[in-house]
Design a protein around this ligand. Sequence first.
Ligand code: FAD
Length: 447
Amino acid sequence: MSSTDGRRHVVIVGGGFAGLGCARRLAEHDHVRVTLIDRNNYHQFQPLLYQVATSLLAPSDIAHSLREVFADQDNVDVKLAEISTVDPASRTVTSTGGDQWSGDALVLAAGSQPNFFHTPGAAENSFPLYSLDNATRLRSRILGLFEQVDRNPDLRRRGALNFVIVGGGPTGVEVAGALADMVRETVPTEYRGIDPDSAHIFLLDYGDALLTPFSDKAHKYVAKVLTDRNVELRLGTGVKEVATGHALLSDGAVIPTRCVIWGGGIMAAPIAAECGLAQGTGGRFDAQPDLTLAGSPGVYVVGDIANIAGDDGKPLPQLGSVALQSGKTAADNVLADFAGKPRTPFAYRDKGIMAMIGRGAAIAEVGKNHHEVHGQLAHVAWLGVHASLMTGTRDKIEAIIDWGWDRFTKTGGPHVLDRGEAAEIDWEDDEVVASGAGTKPGPTNPA
Ligand SMILES: Cc1cc2nc3c(=O)[nH]c(=O)nc-3n(C[C@H](O)[C@H](O)[C@H](O)COP(=O)(O)OP(=O)(O)OC[C@H]3O[C@@H](n4cnc5c(N)ncnc54)[C@H](O)[C@@H]3O)c2cc1C
C-alpha cells in the first residue's frame, strides 16, 4: 500500500507521544500522506495510568480516539492493527492479520513493554502498569481485594491487604502515594468494616534512594511523605520471585500478597526484536543523531523504542517529552529527505521533570537549571503540566473535574470493578513458583 496518488507516503507504527507528534507535524503538509497504525484505536496518556489504577481518574479521561485526533486531517489514515513483522529494507510492516503497509519512509514508534529481568513468576503473577489494559486490571485487583476482605476479614492473614510495589522510580512512587491516599481516605468511607491500618504498602528498590534523578533533598522529601502515609520503604531490596500468594524478597523475607505491582523497568516493544537488526541497551534501537536507523535508509526510530543520545552523548531517559520532541524532529527530517535537503540532528529541550507523590505532595525540577520545588506548589505545577499535555479538550476538562472533586471530597474517582478475572483469587493456590533457596520459605505476615 505505497503511494499511488503522487503524494509521498509515511507509515508510522505506534500512536503514543512519539507517533502522534510525528503524525501531527506531517499532517500539516498536503504533499504527504500518513498511515498511522496502532494496536489500540486510542492514544493513551501513560503518565496518568496510576491514577486509573487507583480509581482517581476514569479510563476515558486518559484515552483519546486516534481517529478523532485526525478527523480534520484527510491526509492521515488511522489503522487499527498489531504489527508483527517489520522489513526495514523495503520499509514494509505486516500485521498479525496479514495486512501490509509500505512507505517512502517508515517511523517506528511502538514504545516499551515491561522488563521483568527474568524474575521468576513476575510476568505471570505481578501487575505491570504500562497500558490502559494494565491499569484497569490492577484497579479491579485492588478493589477486588477490598471487597473480599470486607466479606471475610480473615483473609488479611493471607496477605490480602499487603501491596508490594517493585521499583522506586516515578511509576512505583506515584502508585505508592496514590494507593496510600486511597487506603487512608477512601477505604474508611466505602469499606467501613476495614481498618486502614490493617493494609500494608511496601515499596522496594535495589537502590538506596527513591526517584534517583532528583536531588538528595528531594530523596529525603519523597521518603518522608511516603513513610508519613504508612508506606514501608525497603531500599536496597528487590524481589527475587513473585508467586501467586507471596513475594520473595532479595533479603530472604517473604511477604504474603495477592498484589505485586511491577514498576521495575522497561524494555523496547516486541517489534524491535522482529526487525532482525542490532538492538542496544534495553533491546532498543540505537538512533543516529538524526533519528534514522543506521543501514536502513528511510527508517526512523523515535520515543521509547530508541536509545536517543542527549548533549552529553548518553541516552536520554524514556520520557514523554523526549518521545514527543523526537517524533516531531523525525517528521521534519522525513520532510527534508523528500525535499532533498539535509537532515537536522535531534536536540532535546529539557523543560524539567516532575512526579506526584500523593494528594498535595509533588516534586518538580523546572527550567534549564532544574530549580527544585516541593509540596503544594509542585502539585499545582504537576496538575497544570499534565492537563496541558493531555490530547483532547474533553479529556482535560474531565480530568480537571475529577482532580478537583478528589481534592475537596477525598473520595477519589470511579471505584469500578470491571475486570472480574483480575479480581478472582484462588486462596488455596499459594505455592512458590521457583525458590532460589530450594525450599519454600515460611510466610512472614506483617499484618
Ligand atoms: C506508568 C508510567 C508513568 C509515566 N510517567 C511519566 C511522566 O510523568 N512524565 C514523562 O515525561 N514520562 C512519563 N512516562 C514515560 C512516557 O509515558 C513514555 O516515555 C512515552 O509514553 C513514550 O512514548 P512512545 O510514543 O515512545 O511510546 P508509547 O506512549 O508507549 O506508545 C507506543 C504506542 O505503540 C503502540 N504499539 C506498540 N506495539 C505495537 C504493535 N506491535 N503494533 C501496533 N501498535 C503498537 C502502542 O499501543 C502505543 O499506543 C511514564 C510511563 C509510564 C509507563
